[in-house]
Design a binder for this molecule. Structure first.
Ligand code: DX5
Ligand code: ZN
Length: 224
């Protein structure tokens, strides 16, 4: 049986205590940590860059999953690899030379992901599967935490999962945006394996319980 991985997104953490916040979700049982990088250009918000990620890297060995919501991402890939990123996703909407960007991520020793916005069709991924290690399906428009899950993402996840199966590839699907114990089961049934959760984890008073709630909600979905 597939195991669902929970990736708390530090976007909803207290940025004045990032090191402690990171430790709190590592101790709470996170499988990996999702780091949202925003440039105020591709998305209407600005967050952290390689310097902050490099500083956090010193505090934990957990897998760092860097979600680049930035224009011209290829210019910054090496900086994120140097900062200690283990997974890097690049938005398909930002990069005309995506295959080259993905190769650069792999050459740096990280897993290469393609992120797709809600309005981008699953068909856009057709010629990319061979070049990536994971797919990040956005179930909100990127830029902010705490938004409502966009339902048609489910159909897109199923279509992507089918395309991966048809090709006999093993490429995990990660889903990001509006994930909580209510939305998570359908996402897992559709074929997702990595669940990003920002507000559902960081706005919960007990983070271990929040992660457990997500696991419990999805373990029954896996049995279906
Ligand atoms: C949104 C970010 C997400 C965000 C998710 O642009 O990519 O990773 O932190 O937050 P929630 O889980 O609150 O929707
Ligand atoms: Zn994200």
């Amino acid at each position: 049986m597939k195991r669902v991985q929970i990736a708390p997104s530090i976007l909803s953490a207290d940025f004045s205590r990032l090191g402690e916040e990171l430790k709190s979700v590592v101790d709470a049982g996170a499988d990996l940590v999702h780091l949202d990088v925003m440039d105020g250009h591709f998305v209407p918000n600005i967050t952290i860059g390689p310097a902050v990620i490099k500083a956090l890297r010193k505090t934990s060995d957990i897998t760092f999953d860097c979600h680049l919501m930035i224009s011209e991402p290829q210019r910054y890939i090496d900086a994120f690899i140097d900062a200690g990123a283990n997974m890097i996703s690049v938005h398909i909407e930002t990069e005309p030379h995506l295959q080259r960007a993905l190769s650069q991520i792999r050459a740096g020793g990280a897993k290469a992901g393609v992120a797709v916005n809600p309005a981008t069709s699953a068909d856009a991924l057709t010629d990319l599967y061979e070049f990536c290690d994971f797919i990040l399906v956005m179930s909100v428009n990127p830029g902010f935490g705490g938004q409502k899950f966009i339902e048609p993402a489910l159909k897109k996840i199923s279509r992507i999962a089918a395309a991966i199966r048809e090709r006999n590839l093993v490429i995990p699907i990660e889903v990001d945006g509006g994930i909580d114990p209510v939305t998570a089961p359908a996402v897992v049934r559709a074929g997702a394996e990595i669940l990003v959760a920002g507000s559902a984890v960081f706005n919960h008073k007990d983070r271990a319980e929040a992660i457990r709630n997500l696991r419990n909600a999805t373990s029954s979905a896996l049995l279906v």
